[in-house]
Write a new protein. Structure first.
Lengths: 153, 112
């Protein structure tokens, strides 16, 4: 497991992307590693940016992340933790969620409506859902936790 | 004899950002585009050949430009990024079908 903590400022997004890319580069058994990496990094990047913009409202804070291999499957898993405003799964129009046992009160993203071409905002969750195998959100102990999983196929 | 003359100037601009267009750099691109629009540019070629990464903030700038350009009777042509990492988001969001895509800047300019 590798850990990275960054300030919730957009200028650190590229650092987070490079960190994820470097981890995945070292996973020799991941099939089509370049494609896997591009997809994982884009999806996680969108969620990290969402945390910066919505959980912290652009006012700064800390984002703690870990990236690791899943224990039981050929997959990469990432945790994104922040202490900002909780995310409301119910108020996100066009998304459906199911209960997840991954964490207390966990909600798993099941579907996201494809945004209209001229929609300026709201593509982050769509991209994450399209590119990852699992996106789970929990709010517990005053923290927001996003659990991302992508399987190597 | 009365002769009415209209001098129609179609101002074409090529914008070629490099490297990353993401939540950090997108505001700068947006400001530059705003300046060009206020300056009267109507037809744009967005040359993304040298863009290495594009996120949804970058897409938002592209959408905004397309809407504004079309409102003034203009348009936007897109030259796709060479890098897979940047192409991916354009294909996933079907932006490669929303925009007119050209193989090169010259082809894009000729297509207006």
């Amino acid at each position: 497991m590798v850990e990275l903590n960054i300030p919730a400022e957009h200028r650190y997004l590229s650092m987070a992307d490079a960190w994820m890319t470097a981890f995945i580069e070292r996973q020799d058994d991941i099939a089509n590693r370049d494609d896997f990496s591009n997809e994982f990094v884009l999806a996680a990047h969108e969620l990290v940016a969402n945390v910066m913009d919505h959980a912290y409202g652009g006012r700064g804070g800390k984002i703690s992340m870990t990236i690791d291999r899943a224990k039981s499957a050929k997959a990469v898993v990432m945790r994104i933790v922040d202490q900002g405003k909780p995310f409301s799964t119910q108020s996100r129009v066009g998304t459906t969620w199911s209960a997840s046992g991954e964490c207390p009160g966990g909600r798993r993203l099941e579907s996201v409506s494809e945004p209209e071409w001229d929609q300026v905002r709201g593509r982050g969750l769509f991209l994450a859902n399209s590119l990852l195998d699992s996106v789970v959100y929990c709010h517990t102990g005053g923290e927001n936790l996003w659990l991302l999983t992508k399987l190597s196929k | 004899m009365e002769i009415a003359i209209k001098d129609i100037i179609e101002r074409r601009v090529v914008i070629a950002p490099r490297d990353r267009i993401d939540a950090f750099s997108a505001p700068e691109l947006r400001s530059e585009i705003e300046r060009l629009l206020l300056d009267g540019a109507t037809h744009f070629v967005l040359d993304l050949s040298d863009v290495s990464f594009l996120d949804s903030s970058g897409l938002a700038v592209l959408v905004s430009l397309l809407k504004r350009a079309r409102q003034t009777g203009g348009d936007v042509k897109l030259v796709m990024p060479r890098e897979d990492a940047a192409q991916r988001i354009l294909k996933l969001t079907k932006f490669d079908r929303v925009f007119d895509v050209a193989a090169s800047v010259d082809a894009a300019l000729a297509a207006f």
